[in-house]
Design a protein. Structure first.
Length: 831
């Protein structure tokens, strides 16, 4: 097993180096024409270099010279490798020369030089993850530093007669190697090579064995194989094409040599490489394989950059064109599953957010799950229905001024075709009898109509199942047609009961990509043909980057097998624009589009969930996409979700707006600030959104930054439990100069409410309190009280025809609401 991640890709042609992070059990024998400097950052392994074997452990550093055979064996070992071309020495040294080096960190007394190399490797990674302005120049500096350390400390000295002889032939070796690199795809012979370098065939043959450690043909085929392996991993070419491209006489010769070196056929190797890209578990994996490098990230004072203060100037006339906002982000909220509403602490959080924000609907998933004991059977298989627990849930949400969005899921075990098919504790099987399922739905409709009245339930919303386009390992059915029938039967059952009940598209996991055809498109075409078109669209969207394989589309409804976080800061915007475009193409008019589940990650252990990143992420994405969809349902209300066991930590990276014990996070305050926006839109741009309510004005500001691509791909690197902002390269504040013209004359109160690392973030307050786990109610209460947003207000008088000017400096990931409210009505001043 071997997994690679390019920190500096070979496609970055302007870079002097390539840097790779690799997790492996075995890296097969290979050679290349680069210098290689490697460091073991996790685990233990064995290095076979030429004819010697070395045992390596964490922090060990070693080098491999160009064209040296090397192989690694380990168990879940992680290595970071820096590669650079030997021609760099030719460009710098006064006499063209290919130096060779040797060191294994455990075998040298020069530990000072080893620490220098570790430090340089750490800074190369940090620099290329952050990609701050001018990072390309720093790469050149780092590689020259590496070359200097290697040359001064680990160069093989020309002390013996043999070493002097090696030096004498260094240029000849280089010339031979370059000729082979230029002509390896041709049918080059030893005779032709000998003629080119003006040597006899016997002498050149002996020269190869002595200086390359193998005969000419073996070396030539090794070089050809190096090229072939790359094509196997990165192209769709067939074996015959790869064999010819790589210089083998035919595919048989290629396959024979490949099997001898790798112990398998090329097609099996390719299949193995593809499998590495697949992961049947739908989850975000995070790790800190290279955390050990953090101790070498000493402050690089030479490259300290004093960034200019970033300024944003905003000029808005309050008399400009405006329109009325609908605030669709308040349409719906959600908890983990319906049964969570029975938990007392969840009820307190739900009540609090309704008092401070006020949503219209709450999505209730899993209302038929066995934890609510809705369905049972007598010994003679007669159905027994009990809605007592569900009644308590519905009564509570209604008292809190919420309308239910009822997701008809999951399957009671005694109705399940596959009773053992469970996910997060719920049965996700299709029913053994669709008619029995429909009878359950009908009994449920009768019950809630009798209890709450038909006029009331016609204001509710209904949907079926959850993410049916995922694989059968998740929520999807084994057979697509079975789900279509399941949907059609449920649709008919509900519409027969009351045609006015709004029934949605089954909440579909949406994948953004022009070349990817989402499952729901074909599903809706089928619905049109079968007279069961839903009344609205419903989607689940996470800002994740998918790895898909269209060959699996029928097997798994087109769902993907692996995911990582999106490197784009505009993922939600891309989703919104794509789904609106598809609605037009389908001719669905203004059919409502509900984003019924949304976050940047589905992970309950993403450390950024607890930080100011999440509050700024929410504000940015809601403001950039304001009212474009009919709901933006953030997942989720609280970290307290019964899907899985909870970690014994307060800030474990849960998805919620509240911690498990009800302490609001920064993300919660994002919603309380958004709640205060006015109903008339005045303007927006990068980092701001301006509204009006009667004679007052509201300006929402934010300083959003996206995390680096290493974090997006699961590597935390130098992030720790108490320092979670290292994944943001640009930590500079931004200064905003705001000019509002045509404001009526009068005295105004300027109120500023802000959430940043000092105010409004319970996580950051916890860090400032020492970052230890809290144990007593007194400690929790102190943290809760210390975590309120910052607030400041002042009075300002605006003369006739004067422009109101305000300045604000926002920290990294800060959100700030500025409210401008007349103290004396302008009409009174003019009298």
């Amino acid at each position: 097993m071997s997994e690679n991640y390019d920190l500096i890709s070979e496609n970055d042609m302007h870079m002097p180096i390539r840097c790779i992070m690799q997790r492996f059990d075995h890296i097969r024998s290979q050679m290349h024409d680069y210098f290689e400097l490697s460091m073991i950052v996790s685990g233990n392994c064995t290095l076979q270099l030429d004819d010697h074997i070395y045992n390596l452990t964490e922090d060990d550093v070693f080098c491999v010279n160009p064209l040296s055979l090397h192989e690694l064996h380990g168990v879940n070992c992680v290595i970071v490798t820096v590669l650079f071309n030997q021609t760099l020495f030719e460009q710098i040294l006064p006499v063209p020369f290919h130096p060779r080096f040797f060191f294994i960190s455990t075998m040298t007394d020069n530990q000072e030089a080893i620490v220098q190399l570790r430090t340089l490797i750490a800074h190369i990674i940090k620099t290329n993850v952050d990609k701050k302005d001018g990072y390309e120049l720093r790469n050149w500096s780092y590689i020259y530093n590496i070359m200097d350390v290697l040359y001064r400390n680990f160069r093989i000295k020309l002390s013996t007669a043999k070493e002097k002889k090696n030096h004498k032939y260094a240029l000849r070796i280089s010339e031979i190697s370059q000729l082979i690199q230029q002509h390896y795809t041709e049918n080059i012979t030893l005779q032709e090579l000998a003629d080119a370098v003006h040597l006899s065939v016997p002498y050149l043959s002996k020269f190869f064995v002595e200086y390359y450690g193998m005969n000419f043909l073996s070396y030539l085929n090794q070089y050809r194989l190096m090229h072939a392996v790359q094509e196997l991993s990165t192209t769709d070419k067939n074996i015959d094409e790869i064999a010819i491209d790589s210089g083998f006489s035919n595919s048989h010769a290629f396959v024979t040599f490949f099997k001898k070196q790798y112990g398998m056929l090329p097609k099996d190797y390719r299949r193995e490489q593809k499998k590495k890209k697949e992961n049947t578990a739908q989850r975000i994996e995070q790790h800190n394989y290279i955390y050990g490098l953090k101790k070498y990230l000493k402050e690089d004072t030479f490259f300290q950059v004093v960034s200019p203060v970033k300024k944003t100037e905003i000029e808005i006339s309050v008399n400009g064109s405006s329109y009325t906002l609908l605030h669709t982000w308040k349409k719906m909220m959600t908890v983990g599953r319906a049964s969570d509403v029975l938990i007392c602490d969840v009820q307190k959080m739900l009540t609090q957010i309704q008092e401070t924000v006020g949503f219209e609907y709450i999505k209730l998933c899993g209302i038929f799950s066995d934890d609510l004991h809705i369905y049972n059977e007598t010994a003679s298989k007669v159905p027994v229905y009990s809605f007592s627990y569900l009644d308590k849930i519905l009564d509570f949400v209604i008292v809190n001024h919420l309308k239910p969005w009822l997701q008809l899921s999951y399957m009671p075990e005694k109705l399940a075709k596959y009773p053992n098919r469970r996910l997060f504790g719920a049965n996700v099987s299709q029913p053994h009898s669709v008619s029995a399922w429909c009878q359950l739905v009908h009994e449920f409709l009768l019950h809630i109509t009798d209890r709450y009245g038909l006029d009331t339930i016609k204001t509710w919303k209904f949907g079926l199942w959850n993410q049916p386009n995922t694989s059968s390992d998740l929520f999807g059915f084994t057979n697509e047609n079975d789900f279509f029938l399941f949907y059609k039967s449920t649709y008919d059952c509900i519409k027969d009961f009351c045609p006015d009940i709004e029934f949605s598209l089954p909440p579909t996991y949406y994948i953004v990509g022009e070349s990817y055809e989402n499952w729901y498109l074909n599903f809706l075409e089928w619905c049109k043909k079968n007279s069961c078109l839903p009344d609205c669209l419903s989607f689940t969207y996470y800002d994740t980057k998918m790895i898909s394989d269209k060959n699996h589309s029928k097997e798994s409804f087109g769902f993907v097998y692996a995911m990582s976080l999106s490197e784009s800061p505009d993922g939600l915007k891309d989703f919104v624009m794509q789904v609106l475009r598809e609605r037009r193409q389908l001719g669905l008019g203004n059919m409502p589009i509900y984003l019924s589940e949304w976050n940047n990650t589905p992970s309950q252990q993403d450390l950024l969930n607890d930080t100011c990143f999440k509050s700024c992420y929410i504000v940015k994405n809601i403001l950039e996409n304001y009212d474009r969809l009919d709901s933006f349902t953030y997942q989720a209300l609280t970290d307290l979700m019964a899907d899985d066991a909870l970690p014994n930590k307060l800030f474990f990276g849960g998805l919620g707006l509240f911690t498990v014990n009800g302490i609001p996070k920064a993300s919660y305050y994002a919603y309380t600030l958004l709640r205060q926006l006015g109903d008339q839109f005045l303007g927006r741009g990068d980092g701001y959104f301006i509204t009006r309510k009667h004679n007052s004005y509201q300006i929402m500001l934010y300083n959003y930054k996206h995390f680096n691509y290493l974090y997006a791909n699961g590597e935390r690197f130098d992030m720790t439990e108490t320092d979670r902002y290292t994944v943001f390269a640009d930590s500079d504040p931004v200064t905003i100069e705001l000019c509002l013209s045509n404001i009526p004359q009068g005295t105004y109160k300027i109120s500023e409410t802000y959430v940043n690392r000092t105010h409004g973030s319970s996580y950051d307050q916890w860090v400032s309190m020492g970052g230890l786990e809290l144990t007593t109610p007194y400690e929790f209460d102190l943290l809760k009280k210390a975590s309120s947003p910052g607030f400041h207000q002042k009075l300002m008088h605006i003369a006739s025809d004067e422009t109101l000017r305000l300045n604000a400096e926002l920290e990294l990931l800060e959100i700030r609401l500025i409210q401008i409210t007349p103290v004396i009505c302008p009409s009174d001043v003019s009298r």
